[in-house]
Write a protein of this length. Sequence first.
Lengths: 487, 449
Amino acid sequence: MGVESGIKELVERALDAATSAGASYADARYLNEEWEAIDVQDDRVQGVDRGATAGIGIRVLVDGAWGFAGSARLDPSSIDRAAALAVEIARSSQAVKGPSVRLADEPPQTAVWATAIEEDPFAVPLEDKIALLLDASGRMKMVPGLGIAEASIDLWRRSSFLVTSEGTRIDQTLTQSGAGIRALAVGEREVQQRSYPNSFRGHYACMGYEHIRAMDLTGNAQRIAEEAIALLKAPELPSMETTLILDGPQLALQVHESIGHPIELDRVLGMEAAYAGTSFLAPPDRGNLRYGSPVINITADATTPGALGSFGFDDEGVEAQRSDVITEGVFRQFLSSRETAPEIGEARSNGTMRASGWDVIPLIRMTNIHLEPGASSLEKMIGETDEGVFMSTNQSWSIDDKRVNFQFGCEIAWEIRKGKRRRMFRNPNYAGKTVDFWSSCDAVGGRDEWAVWGTPNCGKGQPGQTARVAHGTAPARFRKVNVGVRG
Amino acid sequence: VIPGELGQERLAEAADAALTVGADGVAVIAIHSIGGLTRFASSRIHQNTWREDMEFRVVAVVDGTKMGVASTHSLEPGAVRRAAEDAVAIARVTPGDPDFPGLAPAASFAEKMGFDEATASATPADRAEAVRHALSEVPGTMEAAGYVETVADEVLITSTTGVRAFGRTTRAGISVLAMTDDSSGYAERLERGLSDLDPTSLATRAVDKAERSRDPKSIEPGAYTVILEPAAVSTLMQFLGYLGLGAKAFLEERSFMTGRIGDKLAAELITIVDDPIAEDSLGLAFDFEGVPAQRVVLIDHGTAKGVVWDRATAKKAGVSSTGHGLPPPNSYGPIPLNLRMEPGTSTVEEMVASTERGLLVTRFHYSNVVNEKETVLTGMTRDGTFMISDGRIEHGVKNLRYTQNTLEALSNVEAVGDKTEISTELFFGGSRAPALKIRDFKFSSTTTH
């Protein structure tokens, strides 16, 4: 494994060409991403998609302004042209230039790093993977009345080689695996769905096929099919203000949207204003803003073994780190890059710059943004709750351009009354404002209920980039939440 | 130093290496794309990029009904052939689909003029100049952010069944967000050519909105008459397209159109079509299965007329493909990528003048589905939301969350704008919409800005 020497020579050539053309700083990054996606619906294979995309992206600073060019043409003359073009682009930036970009110091790194996997998912015979999905799908379809059964596997291997004009040389290979099943019950006016282990194509990790083998897709197929059908007949969640308990997967997306994105320093500094939006946070909020109640502890940890947002080094060559984001409810730190860290007086990037492909620049992306475990448990939280709702599995999300007002829909909910989980509700959703919501949290589940949930579809930037990130969560309880929002 | 197009011959030469791989049938979708994107924020260029990519997606069919797909992004000799061999290997171990419609037969395609040479060869300096023009309209009391993009694509579909479709297309886009301490204004434009973008007038629009929405006031959520500008209407229409205007959702009864063809779903004033071949759309003359793309009427003066089809869904229903197939393998089914709502006769000024109390909405942010079959969506307003009183724009308001049944909103349309704009890029497409005046549009909560 690792990037072959001929390619490494080409990457070095790109770097030389960029610096010779006048770049004061340059990095060149080769990426070869291989993928395999398998989709099954009912008793049919919808498709098997296998492929690879490889290219080199060259990022330069000329007179304090950025330029970037990426090409899939991996021959010396094309790479020379791309490097020259990156420099020309940086020079064109002078037409509307602001303060010169200054990069935080970073020691040069020389490293070879790879995801630890037990079983290469690409080496597992395709027919075995198809058989697993058809089996799980078939189990769902055996439940009378089920409309549609879906099962899918997604695999990626990203082999990269990063060189910088400061001497960094990093050869890195990430292997990522995910799978999931979904049951859809189709009614006259509504479609209800249940997913396992998570919605939006399942559960993802920086792991090998052992991650998929451990899921027991088939063993959960009948249950989710029955739940999807039961949802069609369940009462709709009434509109009310009540106590809300969220399961881990839903809480992962809540963390993602209302903590993960607002702490991205490029958003805070206005760099994504026109598209993804900005943030309600400002640099002086560090150490001052009460983001949530004292049970809220958030970390950004790119070193969590097996988590989808883990890596050895980011795409600026900064080593993976773990940092405190919120401690006992108080906001501590943003996610930063070598360009943005100095702008708020930080000496060093905390290593979050990642590009989805060779053809795009790295951006500040979430790594693994964890809600650290608390002292409670789901059983205890429900037992202590006189009236409330327990919601599970995300179905829909929406949040404003400063990440304040949010509304989430879940697949399923259960009424809690007198400390017990009771009847099922369909179409559950809830809405709130970020700081109010996290301040209303009075209990977080413990380490034994804590799990890391991969989010493979985090969107940001122009052109749009999709990042694979993750969130460790345990169930948590929130007081006085508006649920059952209707149009 | 900008590398140019590959051209039909070079693309075909690379793609044709797949056709003799030894399968019942082979099709190749070849896409070559070159584009530059210049982003600005805090009134300076902060991200300035260029990319050249190519993809050869090979579809192989064996034993009549077994399909495999493999792709490469390499022009290296042998790469496409290796992808073809991989596609065959995948097909061999994939169970057959008795409903597989086969590869598309040869067809002829309408000529479509969609290529602007100046846009294809636009330089970084050209894009920076457009940014400079836009920023020249932004006063020192405001900050601006946005992008200028130029893209050229070449697409070739070739197959052992005789399909040989080639198209070249360009597009250029610009957005300008003008911001004050407590307000913002936005304008965006997507066209075939860089010269059509008019950065200064667009920036003027954004600045005007930011200026007029200063010191925004909080209002109560509830039902309001709204005037949705084209970008906001596009959001609603794109979701309708995604949720229910494709044949797969229609056949699986997940679509709001299922069982309702011929029913009145919207106001008489509303006609929605998908039209990839219109001169002013950004689409191609063929789809990714190599089928000629057709104009499809989806909602005609409020009445449900039909959905778009690809070859697999058309075979199941015993109809013909309308040329809306996505690149295989495709579990989503056909989706309309070039939606347009037909214009009406009202100007936005007339809509405002006829409104006693209501809201003018520039665009929506981060919308999502609440109930797919009922077409209930939720999302936020942003970048210019205004209170209208007694026929005049009175003041800016803090942003609101809408939670609204889209078909109900389209049934409550009182006026349709006389001009359309393309918004929200989606692959080669984007949707073209007019402004709408809608009564009883529901807002469920507010936010802090």
